[in-house]
Design a protein around this ligand. Structure first.
Ligand code: CA
Length: 114
């Protein structure tokens, strides 16, 4: 899986429409918890045109956790019990939306490892 290595702060952009961003994160294990959430670029709430969808993936592409809306149009996914190694975070527009050229938006990605 091709991915940029996550660094904090992370501001990305879904552009063009239907773009998918993937970043990698190393967790220390043996039972790590990772929380990945999107926000607006300034860390605030997402708005209807910035409707992100987030997934935490294993290196084989298996989904560990995913979320569309966390109470706003932003997304928060949490995966627990992770062994040491690399996980991937995939951000895209909410996938059931198919209206072209509307869901182009910047976002920030906040990753916490415990
Ligand atoms: Ca959403």
């Amino acid at each position: 899986m091709t991915a940029d290595v996550y660094t904090m702060p992370w501001v990305g952009r879904i552009d063009p429409d239907n773009e998918v961003d993937i970043v990698s994160v190393n967790v220390p294990g043996p039972a790590s918890k990772i929380t990945a959430k999107t926000a607006s670029p300034d860390g605030g709430l997402c708005f209807p045109g910035a409707d992100s969808f987030i997934q935490i993936l294993k290196s084989d592409g298996t989904t560990l956790a995913e979320n569309d809306d966390n109470g706003t149009y932003c997304s928060t996914a949490v995966a627990t019990g992770l062994p040491a190694g690399k996980v991937y975070i995939r951000v895209r527009a909410q996938p059931t939306l198919d209206i072209s050229n509307i869901y182009i938006f910047p976002y920030s990605l906040i990753v916490t490892i415990e």
